[in-house]
Design a binder for this molecule. Sequence first.
Ligand code: PLP
Length: 440
Amino acid sequence: MAIRKGKGQKLYEKAKKLIPGGSQLLSKRPEMFLPDQWPAYYSKAKGVHVWDLDGKKYLDMSIMGIGNCLLGYSDTTVDTAVKKAIDKGVMATLNAPEEVELAELLLKLHPWAHMVRYARAGGEAMSIAVRIARAATGKDVIAFCGYHGWTDWYLSANLASNKTLDGHLLPGLEPRGVPRGLKGTLIPFHFNNISELEKAVKKAGKNLAAIVLEPVKGKAPTPAFVRAVRKAATATGAVLIADEITAGFKFAKGGSHLAYGLKPDVAVFSKAMANGYAMAAVIGTRKVMGAAQTTFISSTNWTERIGPVAALATIKKLVATDTADRLVRIGRKVKAVWETVSKKHGVPIAIGGSDAIASFSFSGPDAQLQKTLYVQEMLKQRVLASNLFFGTLAHTDAHVRQYTQAADKAFAIIKKAIDTNTLKQRLDGPAAHTGFARLN
Ligand SMILES: Cc1ncc(COP(=O)(O)O)c(C=O)c1O
């Protein structure tokens, strides 16, 4: 079937000629969802709804901006605070006083930490944390687990072998442009794997600057893993960095490490802390954070006012409610929908992820075609869906009911396609991409 492209896809075709990679974020490339068909751009977003450039309204049951709008899109409280700040001016020769108020709030929520630095994005905040750790210890090597952004310190892991980062979220990331001199500065280990952690620490020897990990990754950390990570950092003098960019505020009133008894030396926040506004924070002990003054970490736009204002309004609202419990509740409901429609139609899937960040995968050699067909059939019913669900406080039972009806129909179609071997024929465009790929 020939595709009638909407305004969004037409604009995206132009974008790919002007913007290498089309989007600034791999996870928002339309090819990751539904090549040639995904609406690509939004004109308006409010609560859990998104309007495309043709004015079509969708229920968002997918990545919700990618986990950064826990209050729902365009939250009135946060937006009102931001608009007030805009009216008073968001940039000046002097600094924004909200930086200090936000520091006090973050430190109150994390009593183990004493000092804070700010940035505006997750990857750059991780670079700051790693720079501080290297400056504080005078050492170079980082033992790490998971995904931590696009910058050189992290991508250098793939200089050793271009498969090092496989299994840490995105397979196939090329380290082109990363100085070869960084080779050997990163050693990977897998989450909850104590023997790999110990091997990585041993391999780093006397040169271990930091251990970097997300406190929760699909599943909760085992108490033994939590103890082992802290013990390894303390024994070697390495800085323990908790990457809370995705997990922060979803599992506890602050960093997820609070929920699992992990005591880091540094924690890094970004996504959920400002409900979609650009903001990031690196918090840590006085001993480690003091090293930020011994190296040069400084940027003009880190001083703008909207980020701290949005973060204050967002965090106050998130901690005033039972956010973590509500995310578990909504996530479990969505997982139950997946289980029900999968069983009803006899389409096997594997459900995974935490409740706050739920996911499922289709099975067999046609898994990617099944996923693409799922996204396509959900989109036809005005639901933005993928095999990932980032719940928010704005998702209600009524949204889950609408989602259930749509998923029921989509799974019926997938089942018919599998039984008649017509998965490819039923797709109105190409299959979705699975990871990082060059776009033409
Ligand atoms: C755990 C983790 N660290 C770092 C990053 C990078 O953050 P950003 O995309 O804001 O640069 C992400 C983004 O998905 C993440 O999930």
